[in-house]
Design a protein. Structure first.
Length: 91
């Protein structure tokens, strides 16, 4: 699917059936509104999780607000809850 294409429910259903991956880019804002602080997770000793990103052709260190493993853990829990609930309609 092209980068500029919109994603409606029908396209999402088709992608789930046939695509290997879905990539979604979004501009995020703090839950408290624009200008509010965000608090990234810290590791032992108060260190932030960081990684390098390419921004305007420059490699820059960035603080992670969320990680792929953390997202995967939440998705696994959501799938488990969906499977064990009365409303699950698995194939």
């Amino acid at each position: 699917m092209p980068v500029s294409a919109s994603l409606d429910l029908a396209k999402l259903h088709q992608a789930v059936r046939s695509a290997a991956a879905i990539r979604r880019r979004a501009v995020l804002h703090p839950a408290g509104g624009d200008g509010e602080k965000v608090f990234p997770s810290t590791y032992e000793g108060g260190n932030y999780a960081t990684e390098e990103r390419v921004v305007d052709d420059q490699r820059l260190p960035c603080v992670l607000l969320d990680s792929e493993p953390s997202q995967a853990n939440r998705m696994e829990l959501a799938l488990l809850e969906a499977q064990t609930s009365d409303g699950f309609r698995g194939s």
